[in-house]
Ligand binder design. Sequence first.
Ligand code: TXA
Ligand code: MG
Length: 361
Amino acid sequence: MEGRESSSTGMQLTEVKKIDEDNIDHSIIRRAGEILRDGGLVAFPTETVYGLGADALQAEASRKIYAAKGRPSDNPLIVHICCMEDLKNIVTEVPETAKSLAEAFWPGPLTMILNKNEKVPYETTGGMDTVAVRMPSSKIALALIREGGGYIAAPSANTSGRPSPTLAEHVYTDMEGRIPLILDGGEVGIGIESTIVDLTEGIPLVLRPGYITLDMLSEVIGKVCIDPGLIEDDSKKRPKAPGMKYKHYAPKADMFLVEGEPKMVVKTINELAGEKTKTGKKVGIIGTKETADHYEHGIVFCIGGRQEDKVIAHNLYKILREFDKSGVDIIYSESFRNSGMGQAVMNRLLKAAGHQVIEAI
Ligand code: TXA
Ligand code: MG
């Protein structure tokens, strides 16, 4: 089960080990933990998306993550922990808001930005004095973090810019030959990345919307704002999470979001898809339970019911990767309500589409 490195190519064997969340084979976790403690990389499932793990306290191990993903070095990593007591060892202070949020949402899909201490190398935080911390709820992830030394840096396990992986197969497509081991825990539950909240200044700021909505956060800590840099009209402001400024989650095809009243959206997509098909282009369409049967061209995926935010989030990246496999040239997607968890869905869709939006009229 070693990841042997071939000296001629720099490539290594990538092993995929199936692991059952309800009956964890600890010999696999021990082996994976050993790789992490030795400064190597292991991909593993979390409840949100698959992560690409390395020991967050070893500068050299973090560097390997950037190399394997082709990630810009100014884009900081999230440090994953497995118990609350470990938090104080990597930050200067644990504010009351962090304690309350941890109590309410950890383990779970929430990442908090806090001020880092000297234990966390700048390689892990992309040169920043703050550190992103999350305690995931996946039992496989928690066991691995514990075995790997307690502090595991883990971005989503995709090549930089591509849709995040929700299946081990997605990780294998992007990371084969680059890492020694992938733990295959099956399909993840949530399907999009954690909510990120910055607690380092004044009013808590959501830097990336996710499963934990603004309302859920407000119920626990009062006023919470969304990073103005995430709002499209506010293009003068840059997003505070360095990762949110890059084109991201993107399929290979050119993608457009079509907005408007559902009937008009279907009509517009049918017209556009018809024109493209005539010119020999292969078209992909993201439709919903309510509309999927009304599309007349291309490959149509049903992402869920229009009101089913969680189902839509769960299916989004899988569908984008299916389109990559089927080699479509252009994708038209319906757009969804921009509230609750729909805010996270629309944030990812807009980024996947590089903010190309068509009004259906
Ligand atoms: O659900 C998740 O959060 C997954 C799983 C694997 O846990 N991880 C994940 O990591 O999505 P990644 O690296 O793909 O996204 C981390 C985001 C990036 O946008 C990054 O810029 C931001 O968090 N971030 C990390 N540290 C930060 C910091 N100190 N200040 C501001 N933003 C930060
Ligand atoms: Mg990512």
